[in-house]
Design a protein. Sequence first.
Length: 82
Amino acid sequence: MKKILLKFINRYSLIYLPLGWIFGLVIFFIAFEPSIVLYILSFFVIGSFFGLYLFNSKRGLVVDNHNFSNFEYTIIEFYSDY
């Protein structure tokens, strides 16, 4: 029985997050007035973007003065937005 339950949970695991989000929003919209919900969600989204902006603006983009010969190991992280 345990294997069958775990197999079912594993098979449909990618469905749980969107369904949970939808049901959570439905409960949220039922519990509060629509205008209050829009204000709360707007503040949440704007606050999240502002927090991500603050987090990413404190990181240096390029380290030019790193001397690779002084270190045995060096971790290099690079990415592209394109």
